[in-house]
Design a protein around this ligand. Sequence first.
Ligand SMILES: [Zn+2]
Length: 74
Amino acid sequence: MWKSNKVAGLFDKKHKIEKEIEKIQRSCKHPTKTIKSIRERVDSSSTIIRWICDECLLPIGYPNKQETDKFFRQ
Ligand SMILES: [Zn+2]
C-alpha cells in the first residue's frame, strides 16, 4: 500500500531532488553572485535580501546596507 501511495512517491522524488541540489551546492565554488530577494522560509510570505550564488542558487551571504539600498533602487 505504502509503495503505491502517490504522495509517498512524490516525497521520495523530492528527497532525491533535494539531495541532488545539496550535492551541487556543496561542490559549487560560487563563482558569481547576485543580490536577490527570497522567501524567508518555504511556508513564509515575508522576503529577505541575500547574496545568491548564480550557479547553485544557494544564499551565501548578507548584503551590507549600501548593497541593500542599491538593490532597492534598481
Ligand atoms: Zn554556488
